[in-house]
Design a protein around this ligand. Structure first.
Ligand code: SDX
Length: 432
């Protein structure tokens, strides 16, 4: 007999079904609440509300658990790479050798971005936000691939494999193009024979006279950064992709909206905000003490960026992995980055401070990722675009769940209206 919750309200009782996930997560199903009682459930920011059932990623915030299709992030970080993890997140299983080969070839075949799309960039001042440029380029893709973006779930799912490969492969090329454009450099075309990350580094840093010489540790570190960002349950930008996709908007349009959501400093933009914070601490000769004191003021504008998380309340497993990778890469490249020392001192001080301990604020994935990206040579204002490359498999897999759900419906939350009650119109000449 399935469990039910019993809501007692206005001398009436409303039995509500209880749902339980494969990992024991429990939910009260309130889908019938409004029709039965006239009441809605209220949860500002949805922090305690499930918007969907999903098979992609499982988070346990209390215990710092992150698994993609059942595989722990620690194992994927150790044994896998970004392209293989992208396949796993999108298709649900680790690829066999033939599937891995075919997927890699499909990505390589779709690396180039149409020359005409350069005009989209030319419409932006070079100082414009790289995330705004990326979102604009992504939203233009349906114009180049109308057969893959018909805004009809059935048709778009038939062409899903190609659309998914185009999205992942071209978002990476677009980021490199944005870097080149904003630095006044000629575009570098992708090479068919290069693996995903090496091709990105080639398109970013080669020049007409000298191809970028790949360094194994740099490619490995980039692979890890992208892999650790590949998906993260119903975060702000992934929920945005699902919201937009629920209107039957195509994959590219939905990802474009997700990129805009990711750009905010409370979300994907935090990796830039962390570096700006570390740089200002360094420039002010502060050892972090003054900054930590200010962060405890509770003012949103003074927060310790890269700290805290809406779900993780003990530690972000990705932060631990990326922190170690940071040390390894900087040692291998012989870089002694003062910002890394400041970050470590900040982490050490904050983790001993009552304010952070009581609020369960720990470093999140953004705290160290910027230091790795800086060591690779990525300029700070491009950090969040790399987060977008990494997150593209998660966006794609979530869009596919929405598009494939036969019982799916358009996302349309309700509200509690707190505005003026009914009143009559006053003609202009009678208003004071
Ligand atoms: C990402 O959702 C995801 O999965 C996101 C992400 C992903 O992979 O998609 O993991 C990626 O976005 C990581 C988060 C990156 N953002 C930052 O690093 C920005 C700094 N962090 C915070 O703004 C904040 O911690 C959030 C936004 C991440 C989480 O906010 P919550 O859970 O809504 O926490 P809250 O705002 O309710 O704050 C709870 C308390 C408050 O204090 P009190 O009012 O109880 O006194 O903690 C304080 C806050 O003032 N607080 C902080 C803080 N974060 C929360 N105080 C100082 N520094 C901080 N960073």
């Amino acid at each position: 007999m399935p469990k039910t919750a019993l809501l007692k309200l206005d001398e009436k009782e409303y039995p509500l079904p209880v749902l339980e996930g494969t990992e024991g997560e429990k939910a009260i199903d309130t889908r019938t609440l409004r029709a039965a009682s006239g009441y809605i459930a209220y949860d500002q920011g949805y922090g305690n509300t499930g918007s969907c059932e999903s098979n992609i990623t499982y988070l346990d915030g209390e215990n710092g658990v992150l698994r993609h299709r059942g595989y722990p992030i620690e194992q994927l970080a150790h044994y896998s790479d970004f392209v293989e993890t992208a396949y796993l997140i999108i298709y649900g299983e680790l690829p066999n050798p033939a599937q891995r080969k075919e997927f890699g070839q499909r990505l390589r075949r779709n690396s180039p971005v149409e020359m005409q799309m350069q005009k989209i960039l030319e419409g932006f001042p070079t100082a414009a936000s790289p995330m705004a440029m990326l979102s604009a380029m992504m939203s233009a893709l349906p114009a180049y691939y109308p057969e893959l973006a018909t805004n009809n779930f059935e048709k778009d799912l038939r062409n899903f494999d190609m659309a998914a490969a185009i999205a992942i492969s071209k978002i990476r090329t677009m980021v490199a193009m944005i870097y080149r454009y904003t630095h006044g450099l000629p575009f570098v075309f992708p090479k068919r024979d290069l693996p995903f990350c090496d091709n990105f580094l080639h398109m970013m840093f080669s020049d007409p006279y000298q191809d970028y010489e790949p360094v194994a540790e740099v490619s490995k570190a980039l692979n890890l950064v992208l892999l650790l960002h590949a998906d993260h349950e119903q975060n702000c930008s992934t929920s945005t992709v699902r919201m937009v996709g629920s209107s039957a908007a195509n994959l590219f349009a939905s990802i474009s909206a997700g990129i805009s959501a990711l750009s905010g400093p409370l979300h994907g933009g935090a990796n830039v905000a962390v570096m700006q914070m570390l740089q200002s601490i360094h420039d002010e000769g502060d050892d972090g003490t003054r900054f930590i004191a200010a962060a405890k003021s509770g003012s949103k504008s003074k927060r310790l960026m890269g700290f805290g998380h809406a779900v993780y309340k003990n530690f972000d497993p990705r932060a631990r992995i990326i922190g170690e990778a940071c040390d390894t890469l900087l040692k291998r490249l012989g870089i002694d980055d003062p910002l890394l020392h400041i970050a470590k001192k900040l982490e050490e001080a904050a983790l001993k401070d009552e304010y952070f301990i009581t609020r369960k604020l720990y470093p999140n994935v953004d705290f160290y990722s910027g230091i790795i990206m800086r060591a690779i040579g990525v300029p700070m204002n491009m950090f969040t675009t790399l987060f977008a490359i990494g997150r593209s498999p998660g966006y794609i897999a979530n869009w596919r769940e929405v598009a494939s759900n036969p019982k799916g419906r358009i996302y349309r939350p309700r509200q509690i209206y707190m505005g003026a009650t009914q009143r009559d119109y006053v003609p202009l000449n009678q208003r004071t």
